[in-house]
Design a binder for this molecule. Structure first.
Ligand code: FMN
Length: 208
């Protein structure tokens, strides 16, 4: 079983990254192989909105995007995995631009017969049958938990929209606040919770 963790923080040694690492260690402790993808180290260009990827080549699992960057190999790896952990800080009340850019480019995993048809895009015909995966989300922010409805929920919902289209089941949503002034001692509890989140994801995949 393979679980991929995607880090949307530009700070690869920051707190969001540490939570993701702990979650991946938890997934490993439950029997998964894991990979951590630091999106900041990848060459991911902005979607140009041409629609080529989702309007053409229904026979291809990731469509064909005219942009030449790391996205094709990232998507190939994505569709081979059994589960995902997405981790992002809140930037300006939403996921980071880095994570958003990656999510936008995931539209290549969908296919539509006509551009103008006003309905939710569907998973590509080539992948829909084996695309029932599971995912958990970690969001970090500076505000305390009482504001998570304003800061974290829009982030969770952005991921959940993707999961719905891709037929990925969402397992855990975990918001950790007070990032800039939290003590190491308090943070160690969050790391332990992230570890459990990773292990739980693997157990849910095993059950399915
Ligand atoms: C540009 C920017 C915007 C931010 N916006 C928010 C915000 O809207 N709400 C919030 O709670 N924290 C905000 N933060 C704080 C970050 O979410 C926090 O520093 C981050 O979660 C820590 O993770 P890291 O160690 O991976 O950087 C912002 C930080 C930056 C740099």
């Amino acid at each position: 079983m393979k679980v991929i963790g995607y880090l949307g923080s530009p700070r690869v040694s920051g707190k969001c990254s540490r939570l993701l690492k702990s979650a991946l260690e938890g997934a490993e402790s439950a029997g998964a192989r894991t990979v951590k993808v630091d999106l900041i180290k990848c060459n991911i260009k902005y979607c140009m909105g041409c629609g080529n990827c989702f309007l053409k080549h229904p026979e291809l699992s990731i469509g064909k995007c005219p942009l030449k960057d790391d996205m094709a190999s990232l998507l190939e790896e994505y569709i081979q995995a059994d589960g995902y952990i997405f981790a992002t800080p809140v930037y300006d009340m939403f996921v980071t631009a880095l994570m958003k850019t990656f999510l936008e480019r995931e539209i290549a995993l969908t296919y539509k017969e006509k551009k103008a048809v006003a309905k939710i895009p569907a998973a590509r015909p080539g992948i829909e049958s084996h695309f029932k995966k599971k995912a958990s989300i970690i969001v970090t922010g500076n505000v305390t938990d009482e504001y998570s409805e304003v800061m974290a929920d829009p982030c969770f919902e952005a991921f959940d929209g993707h999961f719905m289209i891709q037929q990925v089941d969402s397992v855990d949503r975990y918001y950790v606040g007070r990032m800039e002034d939290i003590t190491e001692q308090a943070f160690s509890e969050n790391l332990a919770e992230a570890h459990s989140l990773g292990a739980r994801l693997v157990r849910e995949i095993q059950k399915a």
